[in-house]
Design a protein around this ligand. Structure first.
Ligand code: PMP
Ligand code: GLU
Length: 388
């Protein structure tokens, strides 16, 4: 007899977290690993954000808050969404959650029933299909093309629609591809979604990490029709280097926002109280800190691009956003799990196998890591590729 619920039988552990844990384990044993694992900024949370949190603690802000967050934070998010993203939400439509991962899960739980299908363009962030399964619904994976910068086309979307389609997940800038959708591309996808009332989960967590003069466009800003179908998700982990604070948020049509509030009131209650005060400071403080981080990531991105372009038996699409390279390893073969294991055990380079993103002939490198590590890691990866 299994002690585990049937619905967990298909759920895989997160490979992004697993490879990072394996690399950390090796480092703890004194092995010099070049880690390109989890997409976690190596830069520290800015001081003024930490100070706001410490002050909140000292002032005794240590008790429960409203389940969906403190009014000051929801107001700061409302203003941010209006000013940065050109979307006019009320604070009642906003819920602060325990990380954007939690925001995505709440959004899926609030909207999807068993039997519903959720369209997920591949390569995808590893947790989307598993969250859909945890909610009892079915992921419907659509392979996108490298020649189209791994972006879902309206035709691919249309062909994937069926009677059970409930939601599509869009992630721009994307993890693991770094792809950025243009306004026109998003408008065409919204048109398809609207034709069948498909809910759009728009994960915009990498919004500010964008290069090559590309511009981020929020799906819900495109039209009232788009806004009425879209759950906008964002958070603090990436742009403010606040991964461990566990803060993300959803902004959604009122019915969905109310359902998320109910789910959260019965599961986590509020996100950590004093962390929320840090998030208020993050949104209200000098946003130049983001510009500085983006400059740093862009410098690393360009360096890594030049190094990867020197390797003849791999292929890459230049990423325009986020902090990842998805490297196509078809010519090397091996299968991504095998390749990642070899790379880690023999060459001391940790990268995430593409199978975790629904694209087996690839491997993902995060450049949210120092330039010295990137240099060492690229030397080792080049040597590995030369030997295969
Ligand atoms: N969405 C995407 C695409 C991500 O890569 C991540 C990475 N963690 C998240 C959501 C969740 O971020 P967090 O829970 O740390 O806010
Ligand atoms: N989102 C990051 C990644 O893809 C962090 C790890 C995770 O939450 O999956 O690596």
């Amino acid at each position: 007899m299994s002690l585990i619920a049937e619905k967990f039988s298909q759920i895989e552990p997160s490979q992004t977290l697993a490879i990072t844990a394996a690399a950390k384990n090796m480092k703890d044993q004194g092995v010099d690993v070049a880690s390109f694992g989890a997409g976690e900024p190596d830069l520290d949370t800015p001081d003024f954000i930490k100070r706001a949190c410490i002050e909140a603690l000292e002032e005794g802000k240590t008790k429960y808050t409203a389940a969906t967050g403190i009014p000051e934070l929801k107001e700061a998010i409302r203003e941010k969404l209006l000013l940065d993203n050109n979307i006019d939400y009320s604070t009642k439509q906003i819920s602060v959650n325990c990380g954007a991962k939690h925001s995505c899960y709440n959004a899926i739980l609030a909207t999807c029933d068993p039997g519903d299908e959720v369209i997920i363009p591949a390569p995808y962030w590893t947790s989307y299909p598993e969250m859909v399964r945890l909610a009892g619904a079915e992921p419907y994976i659509v392979e996108t093309k490298k020649s189209n910068n791994w972006k879902l086309t309206p035709e691919e979307f249309e062909n994937a629609l069926g009677g059970a389609t409930r939601m599509v997940i869009l992630n721009t800038p994307g993890n693991p591809t770094g792809s950025v959708y243009s306004k026109e591309e998003l408008e065409a996808l919204v048109e398809v979604a609207a034709s069948e009332d498909v809910i759009i989960l728009s994960d915009e967590i990498y919004e500010k990490l964008i290069y090559n003069d590309k511009k981020h466009v929020s799906v819900a800003s495109l039209s009232q029709e788009a806004k009425d179908l879209t759950i906008t998700i964002n958070g603090f982990s990436k742009v403010y280097a606040m991964t461990g604070w566990r803060l993300g948020y959803t902004a959604a049509p009122q019915e969905i926002a109310d359902a998320i509030s109910i789910i959260q009131s019965h599961t986590t209650s509020n996100p950590t109280t004093f962390a929320q005060y840090g998030a208020v400071a993050a949104l209200k403080g000098d946003q130049q800190i983001i510009g500085d981080m983006v400059d740093e990531y862009d410098m690393r991105r360009q360096y890594m691009l030049s190094r990867l372009q020197e390797i003849s038996n791999i292929e890459i699409v230049e990423p325009d956003g986020a902090f990842y390279f998805l490297v196509d390893t078809t010519q090397i073969g091996l299968g991504s799990m095998n390749l990642a294991e070899k790379l880690l055990s023999r060459f001391k380079v940790a990268a995430v196998p593409g199978v975790a993103f629904g694209h087996d002939n690839s491997i993902r490198f995060s450049y949210a890591t120092g330039l010295d590590v990137i240099k060492t890691g690229m030397d080792r990866f080049q040597e590995f590729c030369q030997l295969h």
